[in-house]
Design a protein around this ligand. Structure first.
Ligand code: FMN
Length: 189
């Protein structure tokens, strides 16, 4: 079982990244293999809304997203993480998600592929404020993304009141839950 963690924050060792590391440690403690993608370190373009989009779910834009497609396909479980930026997901996270439009079209418009929703998926999100509606915005996008990649939305950790880098280190509740999410996601079948 490979548990793939995707970090959508530009801040290395920031709050999102720290929670993702805890979750991956939890997955490892259940003997899962873990992989991590840091979106901010990849070179990829936003979706180009190609006129000649392929109907088989393959994106023809050749950049670092090709690695992301392959890793998501081979993962047994996915943990997607993002900070809240302006009431929604970070640009890095949203840019990656938009690049899955090809997959979404192949399933729901062209109907050339049927994706089973059998990968367990978890979403970890942080924000400085305590705005529930911001988390709801982010969640609704993530649920659509999970549907496109064959993941079921199983676990979530939404931590509010985290602003400065390292703030999460004082939040034992969030750190503990992140670890447990990693354990659960690695144990789902
Ligand atoms: C561009 C930007 C936009 C932000 N927008 C919001 C926001 O709309 N609501 C909020 O509560 N926090 C917002 N924040 C604060 C971050 O969500 C918060 O600092 C978070 O802990 C950052 O996580 P990180 O350390 O993983 O990057 C914003 C921060 C930045 C840099």
């Amino acid at each position: 079982m490979i548990v793939l963690g995707i970090s959508g924050s530009p801040r290395e060792n920031g709050n999102t990244d720290t929670l993702l590391e805890r979750a991956l440690a939890g997955a490892k403690s259940k003997s899962a293999f873990v992989e991590k993608i840091v979106l901010n370190s990849l070179k990829f373009s936003p979706c180009q809304e190609c006129d000649n989009v392929r109907e088989d779910g393959v994106c023809t834009v050749k950049d670092d997203m090709q690695t992301v497609y392959a890793k998501i396909e081979s993962a047994g479980a996915i943990i997607l993480t993002s900070p809240i930026f302006f009431g929604s997901l970070s640009a890095q996270t949203k840019m990656m998600i938009d690049r899955f439009q090809c997959l979404w079209l192949s399933e729901y418009v062209f109907k050339t592929r049927a994706v089973e929703k059998n990968k367990p998926g978890a979403f970890i999100c942080v924000e400085a404020s305590t705005r529930k509606d911001f988390f709801e915005n982010a969640k609704s996008i993530v649920k659509n993304f999970f549907a496109a990649v064959g993941a079921a939305y199983k676990e979530e950790l939404l931590c509010s009141g985290l602003d400065k880098k390292g703030a999460v280190l004082k939040r034992e509740d969030c750190l503990k839950k992140a670890f447990e999410i990693g354990q659960k996601i690695a144990s789902h079948s």
